[in-house]
Design a protein around this ligand. Structure first.
Ligand SMILES: NC(=O)c1ccc[n+]([C@@H]2O[C@H](COP(=O)([O-])OP(=O)(O)OC[C@H]3O[C@@H](n4cnc5c(N)ncnc54)[C@H](OP(=O)(O)O)[C@@H]3O)[C@@H](O)[C@H]2O)c1
Length: 269
């Protein structure tokens, strides 16, 4: 059955999600609220309509799912305006970083069905990872619908407790930036060994992309893939001895991800 979806914010993530739903023929009638130019590229498409503000919607407009894809700092001002859509048949799905289920309940009321999602930027090319959690007003049908919506951006997983969303943010939400940093760091090390920056960047980028794809497709554990390219006493072993030393990459990542998770908690409402 076609669902009525209200998309609030059609910027980078909202636009990527909408594009994903259209590409995958998800059975939706989408109404977009977007004050800027983000909706322009979708104007005129079937089953998609856009307005500049909530006040432009018909008084009897109703939606089965309301997706919040605006910046977190905007939500404090606008979320309460959407409480008129709270019914047993409506689920609110937020992709805003750091905004808690409590925050939405405070603005939408205790009866609202709320699903919080943490996607990451590869969702823009259908290769993202999204983690979801729901409040106790959310039915299985609502959870399934949110899962279908977020699967348009890639893979989906659930956590039972919202507290874990800070850890999720630290691993997959912020994770793409660590991988970009890894590419830069490997390239910089290559330059110090005599390579040109252009070649070093190409080698690092393609190696990370290729190894990532291998890891994704493999049926064996990642640790097996690592062992398979590490001959005892060889060049890879020499590098891994440094990376896997007690003061190597693990304590560094422990500190980095702890900092991200702590920051997530600080930003929460
Ligand atoms: N980008 C990421 O990597 C990423 C990853 C995970 C989660 N998220 C979450 O996704 C959300 C959106 O991020 P984004 O990067 O897509 O931001 P964005 O590109 O700035 O998109 C937000 C859009 O919302 C519009 N908007 C502003 N006020 C509005 C209102 N009152 N009603 C409806 N739309 C309004 C903005 O229009 P104007 O530009 O005209 O103001 C903009 O087009 C954020 O909460 C973020 O935490 C983003």
């Amino acid at each position: 059955m076609t669902k009525n979806l209200l998309l609030v914010g059609c910027g980078k993530m909202g636009g990527a999600l909408l594009q994903g739903w259209l590409d995958r023929d998800v059975n939706l009638r989408v109404t977009v609220i977007e004050p800027g130019a983000g909706f322009d590229r979708f104007a005129g498409l079937p089953n998609v309509a856009g307005v500049a503000a909530l006040s432009a919607l018909a008084a009897d407009f109703q939606a089965e799912v309301v997706v919040f894809a605006v910046k977190p700092q905007v939500l404090g001002d606008i979320t309460g305006g959407y409480s008129r859509f709270v019914t047993q048949d409506t689920v609110f799905l937020s992709i805003a970083a750091g905004k808690t289920i409590d925050f939405f309940q405070a603005h939408l009321g205790p009866e609202a069905s709320i699903v919080r999602a943490m996607p990451n930027t590869p969702c823009a090319i259908g290769r993202g990872m999204t983690v979801l959690c729901a409040n106790n007003k959310t039915s299985e049908e609502h959870s399934a619908l949110c899962e279908v919506l977020m699967r348009a951006g890639g893979k989906v997983a659930w956590v039972a407790t919202e507290q874990l969303m800070d850890a999720v943010t630290a691993v997959s939400g912020s994770g793409p930036a660590y991988v970009f940093q890894l590419i830069e760091t490997m390239a910089e090390a290559g330059v110090r060994l005599g390579l040109s920056i252009d070649l070093a960047l190409e080698l690092a980028r393609e190696t990370v992309a290729g190894a990532g794809e291998l890891a994704r497709r493999a049926t064996e554990p990642v640790s097996e893939l690592r062992r398979a390219v590490t001959s005892p006493g060889g060049t890879t072993q020499a590098a891994l001895d440094v990376l896997r030393a007690p003061n190597g990459i693990q304590p560094l990542f422990d500190r980095a991800l702890r900092a991200a998770a702590d920051r997530g908690r600080e930003l929460a409402d």
